[in-house]
Design a protein around this ligand. Structure first.
Ligand code: HEM
Length: 107
């Protein structure tokens, strides 16, 4: 299913209090610029939780499948994450959000 990046920009408002996608600046959360293909917990100059760093060392790489899984229930996918966000229930919202984020990723 093809996502709608414009609709995804609206969904991203739920994330934008903590994340930027357009640039590599960190906020409360790490920048989501260049997210696809990136190992979890590795964006420079961000103080990740030990849990997110461990997830990356354990092989978690952000792609459509892992991101979908994480966004459904962040604290179940990465136990101990300091991302205090309940997650997104609607699959179409996630598909559109992924299309939005891909605009800011090479992969
Ligand atoms: C981490 C996405 C909402 C705070 C992350 C990561 C992703 C992500 C992919 C891991 C990044 C990496 O490994 O470099 C999103 C999306 C959101 C969202 C798409 C909206 C749907 C939020 C909100 C907050 C937040 C609302 C703040 C209340 C954080 C923090 C981390 C993080 C603090 C680091 C987690 C850790 O080190 O355990 N987010 N996020 N996020 N996010 Fe979010």
């Amino acid at each position: 299913q093809q996502g709608d990046a414009t609709a995804g920009a609206t969904v991203f408002k739920k994330c934008a209090i903590c994340h930027i996608a357009e640039t590599d600046q960190n906020k409360v959360g790490p920048s989501l610029n260049g997210l696809f293909g990136r190992t979890a917990g590795t964006h420079p100059n961000f103080a990740y939780s030990p849990a997110m760093q461990q997830a990356g060392k354990g092989g978690l790489v952000w792609d459509e499948a892992t991101l979908r899984d994480y966004l459904h229930d962040p604290r179940a996918k990465v136990k101990g994450t300091k991302m205090t966000f309940v997650g997104l229930k609607d699959d179409t919202e996630i598909t559109n959000l992924i299309a939005y984020l891909k605009q800011y990723s090479k992969q």
